[in-house]
Design a protein. Sequence first.
Length: 199
Amino acid sequence: MNTEAFFAKIRTYTHLSEKAVLAWSSLLRPRRYSKDEPFIRAGDVPTTYAFVVEGLLCQHYVGRDGDLIIKTFFPENRIAASVSATLLGEPSLFTITAIEPSTVLEYDFAAFKSLVSDFPDIAAFYISYMERHWIIEKEPGEIAFRHDDAMQRYIDFIRGEPELHKRLKQHHIAAWLGITPESLSRLRKTIAITRPDRG
């Protein structure tokens, strides 16, 4: 089991001692998901996190009109989880599904929390991770979703995630923007007309 990519990512948050690496390594379990196979199902109480080694997952739910709404994407080097449900021990409101064949490293959250208590460096990672993704990144994204129109959010997405944008199917992007694929086609045509030098 190759854990180099996993711990390289973890070290972008904080330094880990060798003892911490060994302890955390003992929790990691490789698993492969086929395309359209769920990692977490809505209504289930999730207990695991998954680091995406290869592939692409998305977190989604069904809207009031029965349409698919995508909350976020998890490409390589991201940790996929239904965080609030796992923390609270409650049923997840979201499903997380592999939208490409994917290889992940899974670890049990309760066992990980024990490591947080035992290793100050793992605790430092946990604090840094939660601050970055649940405060620093989350708040601007929520503001943009409420105040920016679909065109601006789409342009920001292309600029911020150019490689991910190339990988995604049109209906996945539309579901993330909260619009129909037909509306997305119109946005793409408008961008192509107004920014011909960028394709």
